[in-house]
Design a protein around this ligand. Sequence first.
Ligand SMILES: Nc1ncnc2c1ncn2[C@@H]1O[C@H](COP(=O)(O)OP(=O)(O)OP(=O)(O)O)[C@@H](O)[C@H]1O
Ligand SMILES: O=C(O)c1ccc[n+]([C@@H]2O[C@H](COP(=O)([O-])O)[C@@H](O)[C@H]2O)c1
Length: 213
Amino acid sequence: MKQQVTSNVQTFVEVKEQNNSKKRQVGILGGTFNPVHLAHLVMADQVGSSLGLDKVYLMPSNQPPHVDHKSTIDYKHRVKMLELAVEDNPLLDIEKSELEREGKSYTYETMKILTDKYPDTDFYFIIGGDMVADLPNWYKIDELTQLVHFVGVKRPNYPMESSYPIIWIDVPNMNLSSTDLRKKIAQGCSVNYLLPENVLHYIQEKGLYRDEL
Ligand SMILES: Nc1ncnc2c1ncn2[C@@H]1O[C@H](COP(=O)(O)OP(=O)(O)OP(=O)(O)O)[C@@H](O)[C@H]1O
Ligand SMILES: O=C(O)c1ccc[n+]([C@@H]2O[C@H](COP(=O)([O-])O)[C@@H](O)[C@H]2O)c1
């Protein structure tokens, strides 16, 4: 069954009606965050506020499941940058459980652990619209859709359709990726305003990404 939902407000009302409204409403934005940038923070904050969530957790992966060649810097740096990035926003926090597990970070396994641990919470797993088409390839995707609501952040040139139910949210578009930032830093180009100032200071102080192209 294809489901395409275009009205955020209506969708959220429908979802709320299905759920026990006494439950805590929590968003999870999974990613590599190598490094975290403004598009991540804007999407987490906008989805949290649009859906009236109690909290949105940025969840760094240990090893992203689908990209074998994606090498990242030490997770301690990625976590520190996330901590700096969310420190002034009470809506945002960090979920570190994937870093405690060896191997690939399959979202089904993580969400199974989290939903078992927090039965009084409804989880909203946030992904960029560019990732929605890949959902059929995710590990145990049918079981995963029983555990979380997927939230898709609209992106230009990516279709808003899926064989899975998606809550679509409009967020100001930013054509920005961690890959772009790493390249710019390695080339000595400015990344001012593309990530929080305190994160930029941390990158400079530790000399991160200078050699990575
Ligand atoms: N500019 C953006 N707009 C909307 N969603 C984004 C954007 N950048 C990343 N995302 C989403 O954020 C999540 C985490 O992404 P990730 O940490 O891999 O960042 P990235 O910038 O895509 O990194 P990389 O360039 O290293 O692949 C994914 O769901 C991805 O689709
Ligand atoms: O579980 C899967 O099969 C799966 C496949 C692709 C991506 N994910 C998750 O989606 C999130 C964003 O992935 P990425 O590669 O853009 O960092 C991150 O939390 C990944 O663990 C999960």
